[in-house]
Design a protein around this ligand. Structure first.
Ligand SMILES: Cc1ncc(CO)c(N)n1
Ligand SMILES: Cc1ncsc1CCO
Length: 220
């Protein structure tokens, strides 16, 4: 019985995931104590993030050796833009933000999107898959964890329902299957690179929430 690549990757980031679950942004979604201006900063940055993320998924689609994976990542690229348009237009409206005027990416957004773009273009296909995976997987896990209790704030509950929903969970399962498939074919060196990328973008997931919580802007 060989170890699945997903389990190797996850064992590296258990500590990071634990920090995410206990971050005041995430606990604030759960208990409703997160101030709306903080959530607004997050949703605006996430809209900018998803546009960049969609481009990285399209690069995964282009590089996939099997046509099924090309179709999958291309669908997800379109899905990320659709999610940004639907959910964000809705939430941004409720939060009083014009979706056509989001402003500039904050430091964490810029850093995360740039790292993804660099990795999906300069690394191997396996490295690209490892880099994009935390975005899917950590959100599915956080959504699932938050769904247990639910949020007293309907705005936050809508967010939880999106990521805890069966549709998103099925999307994530398909990418995890692809991760195991490609992971079974790589050398030790390439697996080590996959682990580095997976850990780095998992850290960016924490930093994205933390930057939003602090409503971080460029210091100079
Ligand atoms: C930062 C970030 N990571 C993951 C997701 C999941 O789509 C998202 N919307 N934003
Ligand atoms: C929103 C989103 N996040 C990762 S993939 C995706 C689109 C799934 O269709």
């Amino acid at each position: 019985m060989t170890t699945r690549t997903r389990d190797v990757l996850w064992s590296d980031v258990e500590g990071i995931y634990d920090e995410i679950l206990h971050h005041p942004f995430v606990t604030g979604l759960r208990d409703g104590s997160l101030p709306h201006p903080v959530f607004r900063h997050y949703i605006v940055q996430d809209a900018l993030y998803l546009r960049g993320y969609a481009r990285s998924l399209a690069a995964c689609a282009a590089r996939a050796p099997e046509v099924d994976a090309t179709v999958m990542f291309a669908e997800h690229a379109a899905g990320a833009v659709a999610a940004e348009r639907e959910l964000h237009a809705e939430l941004l409206g409720d939060l009083g933000v014009d979706p056509d005027d989001l402003g500039a990416p904050a430091p964490a957004t810029q850093a995360y999107v740039s790292y993804l773009a660099a990795t999906v273009h300069a690394g191997s296909y396996a490295e690209a898959v490892a880099a994009v995976l935390p975005c899917y997987w950590i959100y599915a896990k956080v959504g699932e964890a938050l769904l247990e209790a639910g949020s007293p704030d309907p705005l936050y509950q809508r967010w939880i329902d999106l990521y805890a929903g069966e549709e998103f969970q099925a999307v994530v399962d398909a990418v995890l299957d692809e991760t195991d498939r490609v992971g079974a074919t790589v050398s030790d060196t390439e697996l080590a690179r996959m682990r580095e990328h997976f850990t780095t973008t998992s850290r960016y997931e924490w930093m994205f929430w933390d930057g939003a919580y602090r409503q971080e802007t460029w210091p100079v």
